[in-house]
Design a protein around this ligand. Structure first.
Ligand code: SF4
Length: 291
């Protein structure tokens, strides 16, 4: 079971930048990701499912769709030296960052990531401990059935649709991939409930590919650090893939997520204890709290 109990303490400890200039900066604050309403959340899930159906149809016709690389909009002004310095500091603090979703193999990781949309990792872990005790393979999951899956994950948001997707993707893995999780972006995205971000997480975390899953944390930090001016997750993904040094290609995704989750928070980034404060152009840095 992969867990990551030490990482929070490590990534949040950072390096104290006593006396660092937190006022000399430039660009505008990062634009927030558009908020999703309940209706748009549902549509997103339905869209992901529909996309899967279309892909599998094309695949059946012998013409599997190819994942289109996102286009970069404008080249970020940050220098390669700065980007390298940022990631080398993250590497120094946490050489082997790990995600916080509990899993034992590619299948349990895939299911956990599908369940994690609009939910916290802690909430998903609580539910998957029971779910995976009952079914930890596609075959067992299908045998368990949608009603029971729904019951076991009902503490997670959007659980009805997620239960449906977990059963459908498990059935598809059995029917088309001999029960194994494919190591391919297009094949992953053809599964019900699996979108680009989920596919990127599985490829990165389990298969060790240098993908960049852009969630709300990665999107925000990419803007604050001046790594991207992209307006969509796909554009930010393209910018990051273009500038992250090759040697940091695999762990970069985790570093950015953990940095955003525990330190560079949305409302009040803790700039006074940030290990890259002197490299960050964000203009509204938070000063150290008064003692
Ligand atoms: S915590 Fe502050 S200094 Fe650090 S990356 Fe975020 S905005 Fe920049």
């Amino acid at each position: 079971m992969k867990t990551n109990k030490s990482i929070k303490a490590k990534i949040t400890s950072g390096k104290k930048q006593a006396g660092a200039d937190v006022t000399s900066a430039t660009p505008a604050p990062a634009p927030p990701l558009p908020k999703k309403t309940a209706v748009t959340k549902k549509r997103t899930e339905q869209t992901e499912t529909k996309r899967g159906s279309k892909s599998s149809t094309n695949k059946a016709r012998g013409a599997p769709p190819k994942r289109k690389p996102a286009k970069r909009r404008r080249r970020p002004s940050v220098s390669p030296e700065t980007v390298n310095a940022v990631f080398s500091r993250f590497a120094e603090i946490e050489p082997e960052p790990k995600g916080e979703l509990e899993h034992t193999d590619a299948y349990t990781l895939l299911v956990a990531v599908v369940l994690s949309a609009q939910a916290t990792d802690a909430g998903v872990n609580k539910a998957t401990r029971q779910l995976f005790a009952a079914a930890d393979t596609p075959e067992k999951m299908v045998r368990l059935g949608e009603d029971r899956v729904r019951e076991l994950i009902k503490t997670i948001g959007l659980y009805r649709n997620k239960a449906k997707n977990v059963i459908a993707l498990s059935q598809k893995l059995i029917d088309e991939y001999q029960g194994a999780v494919p190591q391919d972006a297009d094949a992953l995205e053809s599964l019900p409930g699996v979108g680009r971000k989920t596919a990127n997480v599985v490829l990165n975390v389990w298969f060790g590919q240098p993908t960049m899953a852009v969630d709300t944390h990665v999107f925000r930090i990419a803007h604050r650090l001046g790594f991207s001016k992209g307006k969509t997750p796909e554009q930010v993904e393209a910018d990051l893939l273009a500038i992250v040094p090759k040697e940091y290609g695999v762990p970069a995704h985790h570093w950015l997520i953990l940095h955003g989750r525990y330190l560079c928070k949305a409302r009040k980034p803790e700039c006074w204890r940030c290990p890259v404060v002197d490299l960050c152009p964000y203009k509204d840095k938070t000063p150290a709290p008064r003692q």
